[in-house]
Design a protein around this ligand. Structure first.
Ligand code: SR1
Ligand code: MG
Length: 417
């Protein structure tokens, strides 16, 4: 018996398209909405992420998504067992996020703990944002939506909005998402900085891969960020907020997949997301059909990344004014002291954003889990050239993050590369 099979609790069975439809047929209300006759349903497994099964089930009058956790890491196989309980945290986080940003997450219809599955809204004509950034598409509302999503969720799950008792109660369940946090602890903060067996990188980057493993200021900075990740339960973080966890249509945006949800530093999600925009930016030269063809689009990505952070900062700062939680109470901080208090907090958040942005970029190029932004560049020399710029930028941010107090310095540094 393999380790993964041993992990399967009673009542769990990994579904296939046929059994997924049979499962759904037993959920009377949802089955009715799909159009009662199962013989006329259609089901496809479309999961292209690293971990789970994702089925789209279409009936004659509706469609739903069924997402099921596998007891192992899909991208590696059953030699790497992974607890099914992550489905519980994903469902918990989706429910919490729906309270704070109801239009920006998929609706959930059904959760089955033993089967580690959630049935949720089928988003159409939405597609994964990462793919659209590779294709060169623009989304005018994206920055507003994403900045709003982060500000709402991070503020309202923090000590700025909750009493100490409420915050501790909300935080406690997430302490159990140990295996998912461990993936982040290993893959993001440690493995790129030593010769980890699953690390890989594009040919042509050997020099940087090797030098980063002996780069003391870089390794210390990465470990400082890991310390923040481990020791700063400030708010409920999505935990894996990259452009593959966002679905978009021309006008709509939905944040999916919070199975890595944990209580962590407010800058974590913002930094992850920023990193993935930065990587999309640096990958564009590899997707251009002729030199310069994507220059305007690169500007759009950069301005969207900055606008996302600015929306987050301005909404979070506005919410700060109405805070009624445990921290920074108005009985202590007078109105005239308010700007200084906010400034200190935002500086810490910005510092974290840049640090987490740096480690995310580096791990996506030198670690196990890469991005298709770069992987889809078929010419390895071109890919290595794009990745090299991103790696250098990631290192610079991580080591010298105090030198980037505003977007101006950030943009200038990107453009210099
Ligand atoms: C083994 S899981 C690898 C990566 O995929 C997820 O999307 C997370 O980003 C994780 O680090
Ligand atoms: Mg995911």
């Amino acid at each position: 018996m393999t380790a993964a099979v041993k992990l399967q609790p009673p009542g769990y069975e990994a579904l296939n398209p046929q059994s997924a439809m049979q499962y759904m047929a037993r959920l009377k209300q949802i089955a009715d909405a799909l159009g009662g006759d199962i013989a006329r349903w259609d089901c496809e497994e479309v999961g292209d992420g690293n971990l789970n099964l994702v089925f789209i089930i279409k009936g004659t009058t509706g469609a739903v998504v069924l997402k099921q956790a596998l007891p192992y890491v899909r991208m590696v196989g059953d030699s790497w067992p992974l607890p099914l309980y992550r489905a519980h945290y994903e469902h918990l986080a989706l429910t919490e996020q729906f309270l704070h940003a109801p239009t920006l997450v998929p609706k959930t219809y059904h959760y089955d703990e033993p089967m580690a599955l959630t049935v949720m809204e089928y988003l159409t004509p939405h597609v994964i944002l990462r793919k659209e950034l590779i294709a060169g598409k623009r989304f005018p509302n994206l920055a507003t939506h994403l900045g709003h999503f982060m500000a709402q969720n991070l503020f309202f799950t923090s000590d700025l909005a909750l009493t100490a008792e409420q915050k501790r109660q909300k935080m406690t369940p997430y302490l159990g998402n140990i295996a998912m946090c461990k993936i982040t602890e290993d893959l993001i903060f440690d493995e790129p900085y030593f010769k980890a067996p699953m690390n890989r990188h594009t040919k042509g980057l050997d020099d940087l891969a090797k030098s980063y493993q002996h780069d003391v200021p870089l390794k210390l900075a990465a470990q400082e960020m890991k310390w923040r990740f481990l020791n700063a339960p400030e708010a409920l973080c999505h935990g894996d907020l990259h452009t593959g966890s966002i679905m978009v249509s021309d006008t709509d945006t939905r944040v999916i997949d919070p199975e890595f949800a944990f209580y962590g530093p407010i800058g974590f999600d913002v930094g992850m997301l920023l990193a993935n925009f930065v990587m999309a930016y640096f990958a564009q030269d590899g997707h251009a059909d002729k030199p310069g063809a994507r220059d305007d689009y690169k500007e759009w990505i950069l301005s969207t990344a900055i606008a996302t952070c600015e929306t987050f900062i301005s909404e979070f700062s506005n919410l700060w004014q109405s805070r009624a939680g445990e921290a920074y109470q108005t009985r202590v901080i007078s109105p005239s002291e308010n700007p200084a208090a906010l400034d200190v907090r935002m500086k810490q958040i910005s510092n974290d954003v840049l640090g987490f942005c740096g480690v995310e970029i580096i791990r996506r190029i030198l670690g196990l889990a890469h991005n298709i932004d770069f992987e889809m560049i078929s010419d390895h020399d071109v890919r290595a050239a794009c990745e090299r710029k991103a790696l250098m930028f990631g290192r610079e941010l991580l080591v010298n993050r105090q030198d980037y107090p505003t977007p101006k310095e950030f943009v200038a540094a990107i453009k210099e590369l």
